[in-house]
Design a protein around this ligand. Sequence first.
Ligand SMILES: [Zn+2]
Length: 468
Amino acid sequence: MTAQERHLVGVDVGGTKILALVVADSGEIVARHKAATRQQGTPMAEQIGEAIDGALEQAGPSADDIAGIGVAMPGSVDSETGYLGTVPNVEIDDPKLVDALRGRYPVPVEMGNDVNLGTLAECWLGAGRDARTVVGMFVGTGIGGGVVIDGRLRTGSEDLAGEIGHMVLMVDGPECGCGNLGCFEALASRTAMTRDIRQAMAEGRESRIMEFADPGRIKSRAFARALAVGDELVIEVLTRAAHYLAQGALTIRHLLDPDMIVLGGGVIEACGEFLLPLIEREVRDDCMKGSRDTLRLAVSELGDDAVALGAAALVDAKISDLPIYELHAGAEEPEAASPVLTDEPEPVEYPHIDEVAFGSVTVAGETFEHDIHIRADGRVRRRRKKWARKDYGTSHVIGPRELKRALRKGAELLIIGEGFDSMVRMSDEGREMLAERGVPWEMLPTPEAAEAYNQAEGRRALLLHVTC
Ligand SMILES: [Zn+2]
C-alpha cells in the first residue's frame, strides 16, 4: 500500500441488507462489511454508520486516506441535497439522513438512487467500461434503469430520469403498479410474467412452473428451471417478455442513441441465455434507417457489488468533477484487481502499432483518437489522464499513481511516447518509483516510442501521448 493511493467507501442500503465496501480509487475492493437491515429500533443513519465503520476497520491502514463516502438508497434521492424522497421497502425515519452521516465523517458524503448507481458502476468497471453513453436496464420485480451520458450520471430536473420501467409501451395496456396503463414493467418484469402465467393457468393452461416455485412467489430461478424442462407456457410468456424488452431497448435507442444498453437484474441473470438472443435479433432487425447494428447490448458484470461500487464512483465523480471514464484510471477487470502478480505470466502476443499521427494512433488495424496505454498483457486501453491532472494539474506529467497502473500485469520494461513536441515529462517521484521497482524505462518522441515498442522484446508496457 503506497501513500499515493486513496480510497472511497461505497454503501448499498437495501430492504434486507446493508453492504459497505472500501474501494481503492482504481476500483479494487479492499474491504467489505455486510449486515442485515433492521427495520425497527436503530435509526438508519446509525445502521449505515455501523456498516461503514465495520468496513473501515477491516480495511486497516487503507482507511486512513478515505476521500469520500457514497451511499445508494432505493427510491428517489435529491441529487443536490442528498435528501430522500420516496423510499420503498426500507423504513426511513429521517429523509435528511445524509446530514447525520456528514456530521459523523470528516469527508464528503453523497447519496444516490441504487439502480442509477448500479448503471454508473457498470460504466466505471463493468460491461460499459469502454462506453461513454450507457443506459442500464435492470429486470426484476419491476424494471429499473439508469442513464449515463458522456460519462456523467443524468438524474434529470427532478431526479426522476432513468425510470425506464414506466415508459408506456402499450397505450391502454395492463395496469402498472404506478397506476398508469401499459408501462414497460407491466409488460416485461417478473411481476408481469407471473401475472400472465397465473392467468393462463386459471384459464386451464398447464405448466410445471409451480413445481419450482413457492406458492406465494415465483422467483426468477423458477422461470429458468421451467425453461430447462421445456415448459411451453413459460417459453411462450418469456418469448413475449423478450419482445417487450427488445421494444424497450429500441425505444431507448431512438431517444438517446447510447453506445450500449447494459442488461441486468434477477430475470436477466436467471433467464438471460434464453432472452438475450431473442432481444438481440429483434434489435438487429430495427426497421428504422441508419440504426442497424450500432447498438450494443451487454449483460451486467459486477453482480451484487455493483450498487455499492457505483456509490463509491458517485462520490469520486462529485469530488473530482470528472466523467466516469476518466475515473477508472487504475481499473482493470474486477477479477484481475490483485496488485500482486503471483503466477508466471503467459507469453503475450503484442499488437503492432501500424501508424502514429498527430491526434491518433492505429494499433492492429484499430485507430484511437486519444492517448493509449498498452498493458503488459497486450491489451490496449485508453490512457487515463486523471492522476496526472489531479496531481500535477496537467496531463503532461507522469507520476507514481499513473505508473502504478501502467506497470500492471507484470511489465518489465516501460516505454513512454512523450508527444510530437515532447511535452510529457517524468516527475521526480515517478523516477524514484521506477528505480525502486527496478523497471527500466525510456521516454522518446511519440513516433520513436512506437517504433521502440514494436521492436522491443519481453513483457513491456507503453504509454503513448498522441498530441503535443
Ligand atoms: Zn408504471
